[in-house]
Design a binder for this molecule. Structure first.
Ligand code: GAL
Ligand code: CA
Length: 347
């Protein structure tokens, strides 16, 4: 090789090196972007609206000058088919992580296939897929809470109050006549909450008599309707109302108010969630107690996990059960501790 040719090659290599270094530098300078696609089952659900509000806040805490976090939300309005289309749309729009609150928790396959084809991980939340579906792919996670715990805590609060206040047994027959207002059938939080709340009260030595169980799909207006029917069927006989969530407990109270019952003739009511209005009702002593569904904790875990899945950093700071599940604890809210929460919630 001639000296001239050798020099040209060396110069060219130098230029290439410079170019490569520039590219590499530029790549680390590019702001990293986490695009979170959120798909949820129904906008009319009060608890979920509050949870998604918390998620937006939590994701915001990860943003800085060189790190962008966006969140796109889609409401499936109760249709699984719509949700599948929305997930496809979120993926087309460039989301690199999905948070999915399934409409039908037993039917996630289509959504899992879409995500897997695009190699985009899914964090399911609040509506827990069945265990075998969670095994369909290794990039599936779940963030939520243990349904059984919420029922047990609701049952403990009810048992304590019944033992403390003998007037709850209005007809003095030594038994507590009760009704249950239930969420959607087939939802993990419906079957398990009802069962464990009732079992806990019975195991504490209180005798219960079930009058009726009514489905009201987590919804205040449906619960009011169902409750009005029950009151008609069992006038002045209901002593305890267990509701699978606060919205339905409040619907039950609405029914008594609508029928012009005086407060002294009301049964006692228990909810679950600790929504803004739920906490207010505990504060005003309309609701005897609620179980706090830790939306702040769930949102913080989802945000951390979403960022970790995209950036590959921060996974070790999360505590998983069975490698895929994050469960946040529930806790009781009654007269005794409500003032602490009201302050925190900035009423
Ligand atoms: C439950 C919550 C209900 C409702 C439901 C929707 O955890 O207590 O209020 O939001 O999730 O899946
Ligand atoms: Ca009684």
């Amino acid at each position: 090789m001639g000296a001239k040719k050798y020099l040209t090659i060396v110069m060219l290599m130098g230029i290439c090196m410079q170019f490569l270094c520039a590219c590499e530098k530029k790549q680390t300078d590019i702001p990293q972007k986490v695009q979170v696609g959120v798909a949820f089952y129904n906008q009319s659900d009060i608890f979920l609206n509050e949870l998604i509000g918390c998620l937006k806040e939590q994701l915001g805490t990860f943003e800085n000058d060189s790190f962008e976090v966006t969140m796109m939300v889609r409401d499936a309005a109760g249709s699984q088919r719509t949700q599948e289309d929305q997930v496809e749309e979120l993926l087309t729009m460039g989301c690199n992580v999905l948070c999915v609150n399934l409409v039908d928790r037993a039917d996630p396959s289509e959504i899992i296939d879409l995500a897997r084809d695009n190699d985009v991980p899914i964090i399911f939340f609040n509506r827990e897929p069945v265990a075998k579906d969670m095994q369909q792919w290794d990039k599936l996670y779940y963030v939520g809470a243990d349904a059984k715990q919420s029922g047990v805590l609701q049952g403990e609060m009810a048992a304590d109050l019944i033992k403390e206040n003998h007037r709850i047994d209005r007809n003095n027959d030594g038994k507590i006549q009760y009704v249950v207002l239930e969420g959607e059938s087939g939802h993990q939080d419906t079957i398990i909450r009802t069962e464990s709340a009732v079992d806990t009260i019975k195991n504490s030595g209180i005798e219960l008599e079930k009058l009726e169980c009514g489905i009201a799909n987590w919804d205040r207006a449906q619960a009011q309707n169902r409750m009005q029917q029950m009151i008609g069927q069992y006038p002045n006989q209901i002593e305890l109302v267990l509701a699978n969530n606060d919205a339905m407990a409040l619907g039950a109270i609405d029914a008594y108010e609508k029928l012009n019952y005086t407060e002294s003739a009301f049964p006692v009511f228990f909810g679950i969630d600790g929504t803004k209005v739920g906490l207010e009702a505990v504060m005003n002593s309309k609701l005897s107690g609620t179980v706090y569904n830790d939306k702040e904790g769930q949102a913080a875990a989802m945000a951390k996990l979403a960022v970790a899945l995209v950036t590959g950093k921060g996974m070790d700071s999360l505590v998983f059960e069975n490698e895929k599940y994050i469960y946040l604890s529930y806790f009781k809210i009654t007269d005794d501790n409500i003032s602490r929460f009201i302050q925190d919630e900035d009423f």
